[in-house]
Design a protein around this ligand. Sequence first.
Ligand SMILES: Nc1ncnc2c1ncn2[C@@H]1O[C@H](COP(=O)(O)OP(=O)(O)OP(=O)(O)O)[C@@H](O)[C@H]1O
Ligand SMILES: [Mg+2]
Length: 179
Amino acid sequence: MGKYIKKCKIYKNTCIKNYNNGTMNMVKDMQYKITTYSEDETMELAQNIESEKFPNMVICLEGDLGSGKTVFAKAFALALGITDNITSPTYNIIKEYDNAEMKLFHMDVYRLNDIKQDLGIPEYFNKKGVCIIEWADLIEDILPKNRLDIKIRILGEETRQFIIIPHGSKYEDLCERVL
Ligand SMILES: Nc1ncnc2c1ncn2[C@@H]1O[C@H](COP(=O)(O)OP(=O)(O)OP(=O)(O)O)[C@@H](O)[C@H]1O
Ligand SMILES: [Mg+2]
């Protein structure tokens, strides 16, 4: 598979690890802050994360309109080897791509409330593909416990801050490897 640059070098990368040493067990709370200064840098970040993909991976994107959620999803899809034209699933909610290394379920749940039927979203978390969910914060109650949360803040016309929070050891390991 044609792969892009695997290591982030260009990002300002701050890793904050907070250890709350409770009486019974240790709670590890890890988050990464990465700033990108162009669409290309955001694409590179997505490609780096793609290089550590695994079946049933769930990536939850949060961020205002135009923050870069679809840019991230498209770059991930491209790195996965998806050759179809990847379009935003705003109106269909879920788009499925099945012609690459691994299936990709690209969701945009912004308009989910307008749709009357139950789309069975939780089933997609176990279909051995990767799920990328735009506006995931709107369906927080049905998200799996183990997942990668990515919050995007618009800092300027071409500047975006990514706050990446891994939930579960698989996602923590992934972040340690590629961020
Ligand atoms: N650093 C950057 N990272 C990502 N996108 C950027 C960056 N700088 C500028 N952009 C631009 O911001 C826009 C992001 O659009 P995108 O469709 O990805 O947003 P979105 O978060 O999916 O919005 P929506 O909620 O409407 O789906 C694009 O036009 C892109 O070119
Ligand atoms: Mg979008």
